[in-house]
Design a protein around this ligand. Structure first.
Ligand code: SF4
Ligand code: SF4
Ligand code: FES
Length: 304
């Protein structure tokens, strides 16, 4: 028979006399519905939320589903909403949360629930497939003679910020454009993929122009720069300031700035379109970077 520490308590009450406890209010359920269930455990010094969820699994609810891998903030697997804020469970210290009330842990709201704290994030993989991959321009004669491309350090650093992304999709989760409007998912790439497009678009060697695709198919114009995505990014990528706003400026340049248009003509800086890049892309390659046969639209998430 289970002893006191292995019996779920759903009343949120205190433990044994003098024992410091913590109440974890975890969402339990699946796509058909669910509810929050309280689990009361002894408080342990130095834990992160993932530690406590693991203790719930080990002692109170062995059938609790949660996703994790590295426990070091690097795999992007343990994304949930902790006390309502999109967060990594492995990087949220218990001593940063209020101790006088239950700590809620819920699955990410923007994606369909598979079970308990685990969501189906395949929408993001579908969007990723629609980002035209890196398309380096041909080398100049000077570059061939020099043995390869040359890049300025500032250009390397600009892309490097976006390459820190661990694909936790917390920014996608918090973005109200798809969080509150499921219907937008067919025509909105979201902050993680605006950052990916910025990384490619700002690359000095890339020869694909993604601006029309961003505006017409990936919903860049729907972002109203609330910066919520930047606030939740565990890698502190300045998604709004360094990716989205510069992309919006480039779209405006392309459409409405006659001086920029003339400059591109004179300096021959015009890039190929995303559709042209897709047409000449190799037939085989990793699905995540392979362009769609037609670079148009974003499929909605697959529902079970
Ligand atoms: S800044 Fe734009 S992409 Fe980021 S959360 Fe707000 S609306 Fe979404
Ligand atoms: S940009 Fe930041 S919040 Fe968005 S998926 Fe990457 S690491 Fe996560
Ligand atoms: S377990 Fe890898 S980021 Fe949390």
């Amino acid at each position: 028979m289970a002893d006191d520490t292995t019996t779920p308590r759903t009343d949120g009450g205190a433990g044994a006399a003098g024992e410091r406890t913590v109440t974890m209010r975890l969402w339990r359920g699946d796509a058909s519905g669910g509810e929050f269930v309280d689990y009361v455990l002894p408080a342990v010094e130095g834990e992160v939320v993932l530690d406590v969820v693991h203790r719930v699994q080990a002692t109170l609810a062995p059938d609790l589903a949660c996703r994790w891998n590295c426990k070091a903030g690097k795999c992007g697997s343990c994304s949930t909403e902790i006390n309502g804020k999109p967060s990594l469970m492995c990087m949220t210290r218990m001593d940063t949360l209020p101790t006088d009330e239950a700590i809620t842990v819920a699955p990410m709201k923007t994606f369909p629930v598979l079970r308990d704290l685990v969501t189906d994030v395949s929408y993001n993989y579908e969007v990723a497939k629609r980002i035209p991959p890196f398309n380096p321009r041909p080398k100049t004669d000077d570059e061939v003679a020099a043995g390869g491309y040359r890049m300025q350090q500032i250009d390397v650093e600009r892309s490097q910020e976006f390459r820190k992304c661990i694909e936790c999709y917390l920014c996608q989760d918090v973005c109200h454009v798809i969080r509150d409007h499921e219907e937008n998912k067919t025509a909105y790439a979201g902050p993680r993929f605006f950052a990916r497009s910025a990384e490619l678009e700002m690359h000095p060697l890339d020869a694909t122009d993604r601006r029309e695709l961003l505006q017409e198919e990936q919903g860049l114009n729907k972002c109203n720069i609330t910066k919520c995505c930047t606030e939740v990014c565990p890698e502190h990528i300045k998604i709004t300031d360094n990716a989205i706003i510069p992309l919006k400026e480039r779209v405006v340049d392309a459409r409405y700035d006659p001086v920029a248009w003339l400059g591109r003509k004179i300096l021959r800086r015009t890039k190929g379109t995303a559709a042209a890049a897709a047409a000449t892309a190799p037939a085989h390659g990793p699905a995540a970077v392979q362009p769609a046969v037609e670079v148009t639209g974003i499929p909605g998430p697959q529902r079970r």
